[in-house]
Design a binder for this molecule. Structure first.
Ligand code: PAF
Length: 277
């Protein structure tokens, strides 16, 4: 497995690599969910293609300095995990090599990124779009794999690819969960034992309302009650949105998503469920 630590080095290496190249963009602290994305990338790349993983804790997508500072960075473990998962190349730059001190260009998606996490975390999706575009350009990948857990990120990236005519196929992979239903996230390791025990309530709540609720107001009230009853939780948002436009809906007349963002202490977790009419 090859390792590049700057954009220049990556560009040089990728010239010699076999195509197609399939990229898995990550911020590291890899867990089984990431390994599933790498396995998917291997499958898409085929026996002769290249699977690349980027590991970069992107400072410009964090809205809270404390979250950026606390984000886990176990690089040695991550490199071992990438190698074991069959990655051919890892791109692990530092912030100084990705961003000039006087950088002044940002990529903005201005519709799908407005609500949900975009409203709760100002500037977050500008940071995501900017770094993902840079990763696509530096790697020259033909395809990239993203997890469906971050469904708004996936929708925003798909829109960026469509609107900027980027020659990159976006491949989605279903959310990978712990046995108790908690969506896997690099932030889970920061939960205290009590918070970790309470957090599966998010999934339980979403499953229950998907079965029983008819209106968005009813669904959000029921989910809120279940999550709050399990303790330690502060709800950032609970919202029902159209699955395509991500605009709020009052009832399910076409496929919808019930999306949740919940703080356990300083740790913010997200999850969602699809609801069919
Ligand atoms: O989903 C993530 O881990 C990040 O938002 C991404 C896509 C790697 C961009 O920094």
């Amino acid at each position: 497995m090859e390792i590049a630590t700057s954009g220049q080095e990556l560009r040089r290496m990728t010239k010699a690599l076999k195509r197609p190249m399939v990229l898995v963009p990550t911020m590291g602290a890899l867990h089984a969910g990431h390994l599933a994305l790498i396995a998917k990338a291997r499958e898409v790349a085929g026996p002769h293609g290249t699977t690349a993983v980027s590991i970069f804790v992107n400072p410009i997508q964090f809205d809270r300095a404390s979250d950026l500072a606390a984000y886990p960075r176990p690089l040695e473990d991550d490199l071992r995990a990438c190698e074991a998962a069959g990655a051919d190349l890892v791109f692990a730059p530092d912030a100084a090599s990705m961003y000039a001190p006087d950088r002044s260009v940002t990529v903005t998606e201005s519709l799908l990124s407005r609500g949900l996490c975009g409203a709760a975390r100002p500037g977050h999706f500008d940071g995501v779009c900017t770094v993902v575009l840079k990763l696509f350009l530096l790697s020259g990948c033909e395809a990239a794999v993203f997890g469906e857990k971050d469904f708004q990120q996936l929708a925003v990236i798909r829109r960026m690819v469509r609107d900027l005519d980027l020659p990159v196929e976006i491949v989605a992979h279903p959310t990978v969960r712990e046995p108790d239903g908690l969506a896997m996230s690099s932030r889970n390791v920061r939960l205290s034992p009590e918070q970790r025990a309470a957090a599966p309530a998010i999934r339980r709540a979403l499953l229950q309302v998907a079965e029983t609720s008819s209106t968005a107001a009813e669904a959000c009230a029921t989910a809120r009650a279940i999550i709050e009853a399990s303790g330690h939780a502060r709800i950032d948002y609970l919202e029902m949105v159209d699955a395509e436009t991500l605009q709020p809906v009052e009832r399910v007349t076409s496929p919808a998503l019930l999306a949740a963002a919940v703080f356990y202490g300083d740790v913010r977790l997200i999850d969602h469920i699809r609801i069919e009419p």
